[in-house]
Write a protein that binds this ligand. Structure first.
Ligand code: C5P
Length: 243
């Protein structure tokens, strides 16, 4: 996707990594119009959080369902159909060819976009070897990115450090969605490979996933607004450079 075609406000995706629907709803209310795109992952989804997908849609928001599906093709396809009926905008699957193919066929012409997770960012070469893979992380990421592109997958989840190399590999047509974002001066938490919002946009990320720097901020709305301003500024600079 051409970054300039995405409304700037939609490029920040706030991860609702919260234990229950009540706290998630309170955070959504608190963030108000500062955030238009939310991510629901394991923690909230398994605590009833998928009920928020329809509610958020009704409020004009978009939802990224981050369940990283991986199962036999038929099971993946049926799961994708159910999530599509809820009105999700993005859904993650692991970047196995069978899984990606099933998800893409099941989403059909709908507005649901399938994002592939190439290699989990917590894995290093030793973890891959222990899991029986012969390729190092960098080569497996590229191999799976190529396969995702060839299968018509809509986007990739990647670390901001991988964004510029993946952009060259897959071209402008795929969305790059990057977690591991930390505004300058903030604690990295357990994220090892981090970038500021501005640097991630400059590296070619289309969407930035941000959790704790917003939801654990003393003033979440102000924190989200500051990131939105940084994204908008970086996007303008990027457009300026292209002209
Ligand atoms: O709190 P923080 O900003 O680190 O949250 C990042 C979000 O992105 C979390 O919901 C996490 O599960 C998700 N994520 C990640 N790294 C990946 C894929 C997803 O941090 N490779």
């Amino acid at each position: 996707m051409q970054p300039s075609a995405i409304p700037s406000h939609d490029r920040l995706i706030v991860a609702l990594d919260l234990p229950d629907v009540e706290r998630a709803q309170a955070m959504i209310t608190r963030l108000g119009d500062a955030v238009t795109f939310y991510k629901i992952g394991y923690q909230l989804a398994y605590a009833g959080g998928l009920s928020l997908v329809g509610r958020l849609n009704d409020a004009g928001k978009k939802v990224f369902v981050d369940l990283k599906l991986h199962d036999i093709g038929n099971t993946v396809a049926r799961g994708v159909e159910s999530l599509n009926a809820l009105g999700a905008t993005f859904l993650t699957v692991h970047a196995y060819p069978q899984t990606m193919k099933a998800a893409i066929e099941a989403r059909g012409q709908s507005s649901l976009k399938i994002l592939a997770v190439t290699v989990l960012t917590s894995y290093d070469d030793g973890d891959l070897k222990a899991a029986g893979y012969r390729l190092p992380v960098s080569e497996l990421v590229e191999e799976r990115a190529r396969q995702a592109h060839a299968l018509g997958v809509d986007g990739l989840v990647c670390s901001p450090e991988e964004a510029s190399a993946l952009r060259k590999l897959v071209g402008a047509g795929m969305s790059l969605v990057t977690p591991g974002i930390r505004p300058a001066g903030l604690d990295a938490g357990d994220q090892k490979r981090i970038m500021t919002p501005a640097r991630a946009i400059a590296a070619g990320a289309d969407y930035l996933v941000v959790g704790r720097p917003v939801i654990e901020a003393a003033e979440p709305k102000a924190a989200a607004e500051a990131i939105q301003a940084e994204i908008a500024h970086a996007a303008l600079n990027q457009q300026g450079e292209r002209q």
